[in-house]
Design a protein around this ligand. Sequence first.
Ligand code: ZN
Length: 327
Amino acid sequence: MSRKRNLVPLLVLGIFGVLVVVAIVISRPADNKIPPKAEGWDPGQRADELNEPKTPSVSLSSLTPEQSETLVVVSDQEPVTGWFNGEPFPFFALHGRWVALVGVSAKLAPGSYDLQVVFPSQKVAERVEVQKRAFPVTQLVVTPELEEQGYTPSSIAENIALRENVMIQRAMERVAEPPYFTGPFYNPLASMNVVGAYGNIRKSGDIELQHLGLDLGAAMGTNVYAVNDGVVSFEDSLTNYGKTLIIDHGLGLYSLYLHLSEFQVSEKEEVKRGEVIARSGNTGYSIAPHLHYSMKLRGSSIDPSLFCDIVNREVFGLAGCLQRKIE
Ligand SMILES: [Zn+2]
């Protein structure tokens, strides 16, 4: 009896020992190799942290833009939307990044504004300090020749405010996404000779008109190029703006070409950047042959020259605006 009793613990220990050895053999990986780590696995992370989204990285081309400047917002993760001064702005995907263009209107009062980028589970906020741009005040010139044709400072101001701006604004309401363009921007002329600066305030008595475009010297009939891909959204002959052509580039971005002599494309036609769309002229309220070139971004008046330099640099990594060769 007593011998049998003493055997029981020995038997239990023996079986346990065999099980432990078996367990160790089973748990050892074949060939003694350490199993490969999962991609991005970090031994310091808790399991519940692995499913949490990482903080998005958002960059702005400037935190102190001046009136009429364009802000480029770049994110490394896909945002839902962005907000600036109470208005939403769209993002588009480009080479693995998400990019947005935000116009700081020439007419936006200098001061502090919130810019927010909204992601599915978080928000990134920045404070943008809009700087005052010193726009020179000049004389609103009406030559005797133009007076003979019925142009006066008050008729010009009234017609622009009540008629022509209403017509062109109607042609710039669409915010097409994604944009029509995927590459950098061109200048509209092969030779850029600025004869009328952007933003000048032209005065005549009580009448005040801000010149929200660039006047470029161009001999009659000079080729005018599409600054980027898009769709012609407007073509008409207007009393003050003359023969006017507008291209919709998507995202609510439009380029405008005024005082033309001829159109080379039609409304609703798709155009490619660098394509000849028109010839420059002297139509409408114009004192000499030139091209008036301007840009609107979801209703904001922006400096087209600054736009091209900033967007080509920040979005496409170029030194500045592209220039077509003279043909
Ligand atoms: Zn002009």
